[in-house]
Design a protein around this ligand. Sequence first.
Ligand code: AP5
Ligand code: MG
Length: 193
Amino acid sequence: MLNVLLFGPPGSGKGTQSKKIIQHYDLQHLSTGDIFRKEISEQTPLGRVAQHYIDKGELVPDDVVISMIEEVINNNPKAKGFVFDGFPRTVQQAKALEQMLQRKKQSICIMIVLKVEKEELIKRLLNRSKIEGRKDDDSHIIQNRIKVYEEQTSPVIDFYIKEAKAFIINGIQTEDEVFKDICLHIDKFSKCK
Ligand code: AP5
Ligand code: MG
C-alpha cells in the first residue's frame, strides 16, 4: 500500500497535484472537501452539517470527519493506496488515521507539504472563485480558512516530522515542476507497506 498525505494551506495545489499523483501511481483520491461538497449538493444530512462550518471557513468537527473517512477506506478494499487531500486537518484526526491504518496493518508512507505564501494563496483562490464559483472562495472566508490552517492544521506537520515522514516542497513553481518534485520524494517510498 502506498498511502500519501498531501498537505498544505487552502489554494496550495492539493487538488491539482492529487489528480496527477493518482494517475501516475494508480492510487485512490480521498479529498474530504470534495466529499463534503458532493454531500452538500445532494442535500444529505451530512451535507447540511458540513455546510454550516464550510460556509464560515471553519473545520467540520473531528468525529464527523473521522467516521466518514473510515467508511471510505472500508468501502475501497482493493485500493493500492490513497492520496489523502485535506485530511488529517487536526492532530486529533492524524491520531485517528494512524489507529485506523494500524488496524489494517498499514501506515502513512509519506507526507508532502506544499509551501505557498499567503499572498499567492489569496490570489489563486480569488482567481478560482471567478472560474469555479466555490462559495468559500470569498475574501473574508479565505482569510479565516488560512487562519484556521495556521492555528489548527499546521501542527499536523510536526506529528509527521517526528516520524521522519514529512517533506516540504516549494509550491510556487509550475504545476509540472511541483509534480516532478513530489515524484522524486514518493519514488523513494514506493516499497512502503
Ligand atoms: P478543502 O476542499 O480541502 O479546501 P482547502 O484545503 O481550503 O483547499 P482548496 O481545495 O481550496 O485548495 P487546494 O490546495 O486543493 O488547491 P487547488 O489545487 O484547488 O476544504 C474545504 C472546507 O471543507 C474546509 O474549509 C473545511 O470547512 C471542510 N473540511 C475539509 N476537510 C476537512 C477536514 N479534514 N476536517 C474538517 N473540515 C474539513 O488550487 C487552487 C487554485 O490554484 C486552482 O485554481 C489551481 O488551478 C491553481 N493552482 C494550482 N497549482 C498551481 C500552481 N502551481 N501555480 C499556479 N496556480 C496553481
Ligand atoms: Mg482542494
